[in-house]
Write a protein that binds this ligand. Structure first.
Ligand code: FES
Length: 573
């Protein structure tokens, strides 16, 4: 197999000429022949002025490159698209698959022997893992790391749990604009990813658990020297992987590794987005993600990591308290410790050598959990035949068993138009339903599932209501919120048939979500239903034509694994 600069030559019908041309251009860029004979490590940088969470990505890439050079390799930094939650219209999820395709095709096209993937903000690590698994090039992830927590008037503040809390208080009239603005200055005090247990921290923790990072890499603060040293060590490890030709992503992504990820997702009370991303990541390796197993594990595994929004602390505290390997040690009775990591060790090897210190309040022992269990539950029923999820750890217990009349919003625009209408006919017992906000309907399944409490109720002190949608929810959010109802309304799922006043029953204990309308009436409504119009052209059209439902990860149907040739290359390429 050809390595380094001699690999993946452009097709001119003359390989020697293609190599001659490539070397010529690199000489033109100032490289010597000696340098060009070294193993090549591609460093995927997601530095972008439009991605403030990745403000340190450029410096990280330099540190990775330094590690590559120290270990005798040749680093090449290259870009892919970079996605930030607040800078992606209409929603970052619409672009995740595009970034995964960009990653996969660059890893396949460039003459690199291994790759270092720099990611962090919510969709970036899932996209990188999806692309790397499909390309199956030896790859190692270095997250950009979490922000430090802010401090304001004696309290610690966290993005974005406190962004939501402060905004809700402002909407309810409990906080004036000046006070809101003072706190605003402290919500994102450094570069890095949101430092609560949002999607970024969840996905970095899962990437470490799946074995795709060096130990400790999920949680070291973005602006710490430790993060920079981890980057250098990651670069050095990538050279070893380049020389050995592995481990490859598909060697790491096994059924056991996915089950471990589900255990950890429950124990950290992670973002529900993690479920969608794990399903997509599994699909790239030809595996299916087991939602029933996730639900079962939720009944066995308590929430141990005490981070907001379910707990009190922040990601840098998780790191100082022992980090992800200390959590693995707590969970060793639930994990398969023989699962491999990209560093060459098993999870068990890492647990055995990891420092014994653990902060008992941040990473709780099994007999003193943050929440006794059931962080995330999977619901089925007549309103979600293919499943829906609820984060019980962030819900109001009294609302988790609830029956109430539906108040339906047909789209995000409809929600925006009417939610604060003083004439809205709504009581705290109502079940707020948002539809056409799923993968096809929005399109892109935005994080709109935590519908705002109608102002007329919020101003009277109502803080939570049952909310149901085919949308997603930020991992930093909280409330009694049922998400990912599948099939979604725009695909003809039962959510499309709900009318104002229909009774809906949420039975979290029984894992049921039901629309209490008889089948004959539903059949009548179904016969009148028409699918929404599709986007006329471009990526949005590709997206709605090929995106799968949440339970399959919202990946494109044509990107799922289709088997491999004897040489390990994907079939049909
Ligand atoms: Fe980037 Fe939260 S917006 S991690």
């Amino acid at each position: 197999m050809k390595r380094g600069l001699r690999s993946r030559l452009a097709k001119y019908g003359d390989e020697e000429f293609a190599l001659f041309l490539r070397r010529g251009f690199l000489k033109g860029a100032g490289y010597t022949d000696e340098a060009l004979d070294r193993p090549i490590v591609g460093i995927l940088s997601t530095a972008s002025d439009f991605n403030p969470c990745h403000g340190t990505a450029g410096r990280l890439a330099e540190k990775v490159a330094n590690g590559v050079r120290l270990a005798g390799g040749l680093p090449f930094v290259f870009p892919t698209i970079s996605i930030h939650e607040a800078f992606s219209f209409p929603t970052s999820m619409l672009l995740r698959n595009l970034m995964a395709m960009d990653t996969e095709e660059m890893l396949r096209a460039l003459p690199l022997d291994s790759a270092v993937l720099i990611g962090g903000c919510d969709k970036t690590i899932p996209a990188e893992l999806m692309g790397a698994i499909s390309a199956d090039v030896p790859s190692i992830v270095i997250p950009v790391g979490p922000m430090l927590a802010g401090r304001h008037e004696g309290a610690r503040l966290g993005a974005c749990t406190d962004c939501r809390r402060l905004w809700a208080a402002f909407r309810a009239g409990a906080l004036d604009e000046a006070a809101l603005n003072r706190a605003h200055d402290q919500l994102m005090p450094t570069a890095g990813t949101c430092m609560v247990m949002g999607t970024a921290t969840t996905m970095a923790t899962l990437a470490e658990t799946l074995g795709f990072t060096l130990p400790g890499a999920a949680t070291a603060p973005a602006v710490s020297s430790e993060r920079m040293r981890l980057a250098e060590a990651t670069g050095a490890r990538a050279v070893e992987m380049a020389k050995a030709g592995g481990p490859r992503p598909r060697e790491l992504l096994t059924k056991a590794a996915l089950r471990n990820a589900s255990v950890v997702l429950q124990a950290i009370s992670g973002s529900t987005n993690g479920i969608v991303h794990l399903a997509a990541i599994a699909g790239r390796a030809g595996l299916s993600y087991d939602l029933d197993e996730l639900d079962r594990l939720g009944r066995e595994v308590p929430v141990l990591v005490n981070l907001r929004p379910a707990g009190e602390h922040f990601a840098p505290d998780f790191h100082a308290g022992g980090g992800v390997p200390a959590l693995w040690r707590r969970l060793q009775g639930h994990l398969d410790l023989s699962a491999r990591t990209v560093g060459g060790e098993t999870l068990g090897d890492v647990v055995a050598r990891w420092p014994a210190y653990v902060d008992e309040d941040v990473i709780r022992p099994l007999d003193n959990p943050v929440v006794a269990g059931e962080a995330i539950a999977v619901l089925k029923g007549s309103l979600a035949p293919q499943g829906a999820v609820i984060k019980l750890a962030a819900a109001t217990p009294a609302l988790c068993q609830h029956e109430g009349p539906a108040l339906v919003f047909d789209s995000l625009d409809d929600l925006e138009r009417r939610i604060d209408d003083p004439a809205l006919d709504v009581s705290p017992d109502h079940v707020l339903v948002l539809r056409n906000a799923g993968p096809v309907g929005a399109p892109g399944m935005p994080e709109a599932g935590a519908l705002p409490i109608p102002k007329k109720l919020a101003s009277k002190g109502v803080k939570d209501m049952v909310r149901i949608s085919d949308a997603r929810m930020s991992g930093t959010a909280f409330g009694t919120v049922v998400l990912h109802a599948a099939p979604e309304a725009a695909a003809g799922g039962p959510l499309a048939l709900v009318r104002n006043g229909d009774l809906i029953r949420l039975d979290s204990r029984g894992r049921r979500l039901d629309l209490l309308v008889d089948e004959a009436e539903l059949a009548r409504r179904r016969s009148q239903w028409r699918p929404p119009e599709k986007p006329a052209r471009g990526y949005a059209r590709l997206y709605v034509d090929h995106v799968t439902q949440a339970s399959q990860g919202c990946d494109f149907d044509f990107l799922a694994d289709v088997g491999r040739s004897a040489e390990g290359a994907p079939q049909g390429r």
